[in-house]
Design a protein around this ligand. Structure first.
Ligand code: SAH
Length: 369
């Protein structure tokens, strides 16, 4: 709850203090942890009279685990806790190569929730626990950035994770976000199932996620486009580890798409999985223009019958916004398309109806006539 929502705030409120919130008539709304240094003064953990405790936090974790087991089966590498979406505000926990990777981006998440859950995380991820507190939003909470081992010894190099039979290396002390984009797991599997015999272009490839899935799905050729040098090196290593060929173009995607359209290069499956173009509502217009540009160009690259898998992971871009941009790009490109599917994030990134920020990843699948 934001500071402005409170009529009365005790002057001696301590950082990470567990507090009860009451409405104006004195009825208990819930309890949560406070941070007087943050615009988000209290994050509510429990509703009604229950006070949050270690047992409560462990129960939240257990529920998160059982939901994942129902929908994903026994998966080794995944996001175990997705913050608000799993009732544990500010806290992300992943298991990557047997390591627990804990990413708190609120003070109470680091000082209250994390210590409560560390014993359980130790059992779930025996190799060690890493605190990966590198999200810039931590500064708004008055927190420093931290990247350190909480338990165990750091891996000697990148760890290897498995997505079905695919091997990806993940650099736990470098990489982006928490090292691997688990949220696109099922969408990569879809790409694989569509790829047989197709010329595939994976734009914004990171460590080759969609590209390698497509190659294993029997693509006739695969090209990955990625501008980060460290990611490009990982694409090559990941392709070799999976025994597939991926041509890598270490270039700016905007420039390369323009060039490929000029060259009239045809593809039968194009993936667009860019970083979030809109970090906040202020950047929405510019972001929508950028989405339109890359989609328009990608559509022009499609051979008859070709697929476009196009994603947005910008929190500020709603599904409605994104569908409108895609439709607009299609009409400007003059390319006749059928919309085959609209998909969201993987089951380990649940979308909570009452928390709109959790509905951030949209994937639209289109096919050219
Ligand atoms: N599809 C990937 C995740 C992509 S994340 C997967 O399945 O794992 C987005 C990627 O886009 C990042 O690796 C980032 O380095 C890259 N990127 C950002 N801007 C870019 C640009 N202008 N040109 C090419 N790559 C870019």
């Amino acid at each position: 709850m934001f500071r402005g929502e409170f009529k009365e705030v005790p002057a001696d409120l301590a950082p990470s203090e567990i507090v009860r919130v009451e409405d104006q008539r004195g009825h208990v709304v819930g309890a949560g942890y406070a941070n007087p240094a943050s615009g988000i003064l209290v994050r509510i953990l429990t509703r009604g009279g229950e006070l949050p405790s270690q047992e409560w936090a462990e129960a939240q974790l257990l529920r998160a685990l059982s939901r994942r087991a129902e929908r994903l089966g026994d998966v080794a590498d995944l996001r175990l806790v997705h913050a608000e979406a799993d009732g544990l505000p500010g806290l992300v926990v992943e298991r990557i190569g047997g390591y627990g990777v804990v990413s708190p981006d609120a003070l109470g998440a680091e000082q209250i929730l994390m210590p409560w859950l560390l014993p359980a995380i130790e059992k779930l991820a025996p190799n060690g626990t890493i605190l990966r507190g590198i999200a810039p939003v931590r500064r708004k909470e008055g927190m420093d950035l931290r990247l350190e081992m909480l338990r165990g010894t750091p891996p000697a190099g990148p760890v290897v994770i498995h997505e079905e039979d695919i091997r990806y290396e993940v650099d736990l002390f470098g990489g982006q976000k928490t090292g691997h984009y688990f949220d696109q797991r099922e969408n990569r599997a879809l790409c694989r199932s569509l790829a047989a015999g197709r010329r595939v272009l994976d734009v914004f490839s990171y460590t080759g996620g969609f590209a390698i899935a497509a190659a294993l799905g029997g693509a006739s050729s695969v090209t990955a486009v990625e501008s980060s040098e460290t990611a490009v090196a990982a694409i090559t290593r990941n392709a070799a580890a999976n025994g597939v060929d991926v041509a890598v173009r270490a270039e700016n995607a905007f420039d390369l798409l323009r060039q490929l359209v000029r060259e009239r290069a045809a593809h039968d499956l194009v993936v667009l999985d860019p970083p979030p173009f809109a970090r906040g509502k202020d950047h929405l217009e510019a972001a929508l223009r950028a989405y339109k540009e890359i989609n328009l160009r990608a559509m022009r690259l499609l051979a008859p019958g070709g697929y476009l898998l196009t994603a947005s992971c910008s929190h500020a871009v709603s599904l409605g916004d994104f569908l409108a941009v895609v439709d607009d790009a299609a009409s400007d490109a003059g390319v006749p398309l059928t919309r085959i599917a609209v998909r969201g994030p993987a089951p380990d990134h649940p979308v909570r109806v009452e928390v709109p920020e959790t509905d951030y990843l949209h994937l639209v699948v289109l096919q050219r006539d």
